[in-house]
Design a protein around this ligand. Structure first.
Ligand code: NAD
Length: 480
C-alpha cells in the first residue's frame, strides 16, 4: 500500500474516529483508477453521537461573542492558506482537478470563511420606534441551531466553506455530510477549524450512505436547518423531508447556464473567457456556461476562435505540470457524459472534440462542442455537468432570451455584448439567480450566490447567507 494512502475518519463531538462498526468505503484517483484511500462509513449509532455532540457544540459556540467567533474563523482561514499546497495535492488526487485550480479553491474558501466571520460581527439586533411611550421594541437575530450540510464533490472544500462560514458566523453548529468521492480534502478543512480552536461539536463531519444520513439527520430533533448543494432531484427530495419537519432549507441545485453572444460582442475576449469558464474543473461546475446562443452573424467566427482555445487545453492528471483540465470525478460521470453525447449524435448533432491527446487510463472526457442541437436531445434538457458546450444560433434577441428561459433551471446566465441597453435588458429578462455580462465575476463571498426556479432557493453569499441561519425574535417590553 502506498504511503500516500489516506484513511479519513469521522469527526464526532470533537474527536476523530473510525465508524463504530469499523465499516469503510474505498476512495479512488479518477486520473488513474488507483485506490488511494478509505473513509469511515457512519452508522446510525455514529450519527446519534454526532447529533449529541453537535447539540453541545452549539451551546458552546453560541455562548462565545461574535468577536471571539470571528477570531477563531480568521485563524481557521489562515491555517487553510498556510496548508493550501498540501491540501491542494490531496484534493487534486481525489477529485482530479489541476493542482493550481485546487489551490485557488482553497485560498478562495479561506476568503469565504474570513468574510463570513467578519459578517457575523455585523449581525446587529435592531430597535423599532414604538407607537406608545415607554415601550421598547427589539428585533433579535439568534442562531437557528444545528445545521445539517450536504455537499458535493465538484468543489470539495469551497462548497463546505460557504455553508460552514455562514452558519458559524450566525452562531450555529454544523454537521457536514461531505462527499464520499472526495473525502480527504474536506477533512483537512474541518481540521483547520479544530486546530483554530472551535469548541468540540461545533463542527462535525460524517460520510456514509447519503440517503440514510440525510433521512436520519433531517428528522433528528437537534437539527434545525438543512443546507444542500447537488442535483435538483435530490434537492427536491431533501426539501420535502425538511418540509415535513417544518425545518428551513437552503438549496443550491443544478443549472444549465445559457450564454448569449451578441453581434456586437468582443469575440476574442468571449472565446477566451468562455473557454476558461467552460472547461474549468472539467465542466463540473453548477454555474458553467452550457448552452451557447450565438448571433447568426458571428456564429462561425466565434466557433473558430473557441475551437482554437479548446485545442490549447492540456488534459491529464491534475498533478502534472501545465495540465489545464483533469478527468471527471468518477466512472459514473464518464458514462453519463458518453450517453448524452451518443444520444445527441444519434439525433443528428455534429460532435466536434478538441484535438488534444487524452491519457489512456482514468476518467478522461475530451472537451466537446455539440453543434446543430435540437430540443429532442437529452442534453438540451438535462444538465451535462461536464466538458460539453452546446452551440445554437439566433437572429433576434427576443428568441435568445426565450431559449435562455426555456428550461426549469435558473442558476447562472452569461452574455457578451458591448451595448449597454442590451446588457440592461438581459439583466432584467433572463430568468437566473446570477447573470454575468462580459466576464465571469460570480462567486465572491460578499455577493449573492444562488438560483431560482428548479435551481433552488436561498443564497450562499453576502449578509443574507448569514441571516438565513438565524431566527427572528421580536421582544416588546413596556418600562415604568
Ligand atoms: P447525485 O444527485 O447522485 O449527487 C449529488 C450530491 O448529492 C452528491 O454529493 C451525493 O452524495 C449527494 N446525495 C445524493 N443523494 C443524496 C441523499 N439522498 N441525501 C443527501 N445527499 C445525497 O449526482 P452525482 O451523480 O454525484 O452528480 C451528478 C449531478 O449532480 C450533476 O448532473 C449535477 O446536476 C449535480 N451536482 C450539482 C452540483 C452543484 O454544485 N450544484 C455539484 C455536484 C453535482
Amino acid at each position: 500500500m502506498s504511503q500516500d494512502f489516506i484513511s479519513t475518519q469521522l469527526l464526532v463531538a470533537g474527536q476523530w474516529q473510525d465508524a463504530a462498526d469499523g465499516r469503510t468505503l474505498p476512495v479512488f484517483n479518477p486520473a488513474t483508477g488507483e485506490e488511494i484511500g478509505k473513509i469511515a462509513h457512519a452508522s446510525k449509532a455514529d450519527l446519534a453521537r454526532v447529533a449529541d455532540g453537535a447539540a453541545q457544540g452549539f451551546a458552546a459556540w453560541r455562548a462565545l461573542t461574535a468577536w471571539d467567533r470571528f477570531v477563531i474563523m480568521r485563524k481557521a482561514a489562515n491555517l487553510l492558506r498556510e496548508r493550501a499546497e498540501s491540501i491542494g495535492r490531496i484534493m487534486s488526487r481525489e477529485q482530479g482537478k489541476p493542482l493550481e485550480q485546487a489551490i485557488i479553491e482553497i485560498n478562495g474558501a479561506a476568503g469565504v470563511i474570513e468574510y463570513f466571520g467578519e459578517e457575523g460581527r455585523r449581525l446587529n439586533d435592531t430597535l423599532i420606534p414604538p407607537r406608545v411611550p415607554n415601550v421598547e421594541q427589539r428585533v433579535l437575530h439568534r442562531p437557528v441551531g444545528v445545521v445539517a450540510a450536504f455537499t458535493p464533490w465538484n468543489f470539495p472544500i469551497n462548497q463546505i466553506a460557504r455553508k460552514l462560514g455562514a452558519a458559524l458566523a450566525a452562531g450555529c453548529a454544523v454537521i457536514v455530510k461531505a462527499p464520499e468521492d472526495t473525502p480527504a480534502s474536506p477533512a483537512e478543512l474541518l481540521r483547520a477549524f479544530c486546530d483554530a480552536g472551535v469548541p468540540a461539536g461545533a463542527v462535525s463531519l460524517v460520510y456514509g450512505d447519503p440517503a440514510e444520513i440525510s433521512e436520519y439527520l433531517i428528522a433528528h430533533p437537534v437539527v434545525r436547518k438543512i443546507s444542500f448543494t447537488g442535483s435538483t432531484p435530490v434537492g427536491k427530495h431533501l426539501a420535502a423531508l425538511a418540509g415535513a419537519q417544518m425545518k428551513p432549507v437552503t438549496m443550491e441545485l443544478g443549472g444549465h447556464a445559457p450564454v448569449i453572444v451578441c453581434e456586437d460582442a468582443d469575440l476574442d475576449a468571449a472565446a477566451q473567457r468562455l473557454c476558461a469558464a467552460k472547461f474549468r474543473n472539467a465542466g463540473q461546475v453548477c454555474i458553467a456556461p452550457t448552452r451557447f446562443l450565438l448571433h447568426k452573424s458571428i456564429a462561425s467566427s466565434f466557433v473558430d476562435k473557441f475551437k482554437a482555445q479548446m485545442n490549447a487545453l492540456k488534459i491529464g492528471s491534475g498533478l502534472d505540470a501545465g495540465v489545464t483540465m483533469g478527468p471527471v470525478v468518477n466512472e459514473r460521470r464518464l458514462k453519463a457524459l458518453n450517453e448524452l453525447v451518443a444520444d445527441a449524435r444519434e439525433k443528428g448533432a455534429t460532435i466536434w472534440q478538441a484535438d488534444v491527446p487524452l491519457p489512456n487510463e482514468g476518467c478522461f472526457f475530451a472537451p466537446t462542442l455539440v453543434l446543430n442541437p435540437t430540443l429532442a436531445m437529452r442534453m438540451m434538457q438535462e444538465e451535462p455537468f461536464g466538458p460539453i458546450a452546446i452551440v445554437s444560433e439566433f437572429t433576434s434577441l427576443t428568441d435568445a432570451v426565450q431559449e435562455a428561459n426555456r428550461l426549469p433551471y435558473g442558476l447562472a446566465a452569461y452574455a457578451y455584448t458591448r451595448n449597454e441597453r442590451t446588457e440592461r435588458l438581459l439583466g432584467e429578462q433572463v430568468e437566473a439567480g446570477m447573470i454575468a455580462i462580459n466576464h465571469h465575476g460570480l462567486g465572491v463571498p460578499e455577493v449573492p450566490f444562488g438560483g431560482i426556479k428548479d435551481s433552488g432557493y436561498g443564497t450562499e453569499g453576502g449578509p443574507e447567507a448569514v441571516r438565513a441561519h438565524t431566527l427572528i425574535k421580536f421582544v416588546s417590553a413596556e418600562h415604568e
